[in-house]
Design a protein around this ligand. Structure first.
Ligand SMILES: *Cc1c(COP(=O)(O)O)cnc(C)c1O
Length: 333
């Protein structure tokens, strides 16, 4: 797989570490649990969108863009990191924020919200949940074009075939690390949200014929819908990369048992998992994605899903900045 044929910007020095979670593994008493620290990626606060933005921003720059427009939920890590990357590139950034929970947007909220302001967003457009976000972003782009600007629209989560290439690259990076560390990993567990991470890792693993199952924990959609999204994105990626073997639908593993009442809604298991990782490993997870994903991984482990495996890997995709918008839930308020 030759990823060098695609333009790429660099926002992280070197590679992210893989660490053994000694205390957590001993506490849970199953396989050794390793963690890929993509929460330590570059740009303000790090997280998985940094890898996608390396390819997306390179494409925007190649097209002569002077502004990027993207969208997300009101506490969006993706929006924060797109804005951060735009700052590094000296281009403007506008955000469309979707209020999936009615009246939940607060101009002066903490977490990512605060960072939109600190990082100097050009404009925030707050819209009601369920509207066509792509159409909204295109209409903002049209307005900017009419004023002589050159906008570039990035889809939610950066999860198109260009952005998801960042996670094909991550799969290759991990395979190299496993080899160097003499580490035979039985399964990789990651969050499955806008699907770019899950599809990218899976395509990279299948494309390298590595035969490691990639388990996606859904934080929003039902299993069938999510699996289809991951599969379709993997197909696009495989085509772009000219792969002989693309992931099949049966390679897409999704669990939807850990969503709770819905996207970004607090669950007890999420609170427990975030606390557990903080107390056993001093690692900060996040309330919307990695907390629920860790809850899923722990539940699967306790149910014997990983029996017979010596080592498993949790992909930490970042987001801890959002914890500061959820302190009430942790204090039980
Ligand atoms: C966006 C995000 C995810 C989900 O990744 P997708 O590629 O959208 O599936 C997981 N964790 C964090 C912290 C995120 O911000």
């Amino acid at each position: 797989m030759n990823l060098c044929q695609f333009p790429r910007r660099r926002y992280t020095m070197g590679i992210t570490p893989i660490e053994k979670l000694e205390c957590l593994s001993a506490y849970l008493g199953g396989p050794n649990i390793y963690i890929k620290r993509d929460d330590l990626l570059g740009l303000a606060g790090g997280g998985n969108k940094t890898r996608k933005l390396e390819f997306l921003m390179a494409d925007a720059i190649a097209q002569g863009a002077d502004t990027v427009i993207t969208c997300g939920a009101i506490q969006s890590n993706h929006c924060r990191l797109t804005l951060a990357a735009a700052n590094k590139e000296g281009i403007a950034c506008q955000l469309v924020l979707e209020q999936r929970v009615p009246n939940s947007y607060e101009r002066y909220a903490s977490g990512n919200n605060f960072l939109y302001d600190l990082l100097g967003v050009e404009e925030v457009h707050v819209v009601e949940g369920g509207i066509d976000l792509m159409a909204k972003m295109e209409s903002i782009a049209d307005n900017l074009r009419a004023r002589g600007r050159k906008p570039y629209v990035i889809p939610g989560g950066g999860s198109n075939a260009i952005g998801s290439m960042g996670y094909v690259a991550c799969a290759q990076e991990m395979l190299h690390q496993f080899f160097e560390m003499d580490l035979n990993i039985g399964a990789i567990v990651c969050t499955s949200g806008s699907a770019g991470t899950h599809a990218g890792v899976l395509t990279g693993i299948v494309g390298n014929n590595a035969q490691i199952p990639v388990i996606g924990i859904s934080i929003n959609r039902k299993k069938e819908t999510q699996s289809k999204m991951v599969y379709e994105l993997s197909e696009k990626l495989a085509k772009k990369l000219n792969l002989k073997e693309a992931p099949a639908l049966k390679d897409v593993i999704v669990f939807d048992d850990y969503v709770g009442e819905g996207y970004s809604r607090v669950t007890d298991d999420m609170l427990e998992s975030v606390k557990l990782l903080a107390r056993k490993e001093a690692i900060l997870l996040d309330p919307v994605y990695t907390g629920k994903t860790m809850a899923g991984m722990i539940d699967l482990l306790r149910n014997g899903y990983f029996n017979g495996m010596k080592n498993i890997l949790f992909l930490h995709t970042g987001g801890s900045v959002a914890l500061f918008a959820y302190t009430g839930a942790f204090f039980g308020k």
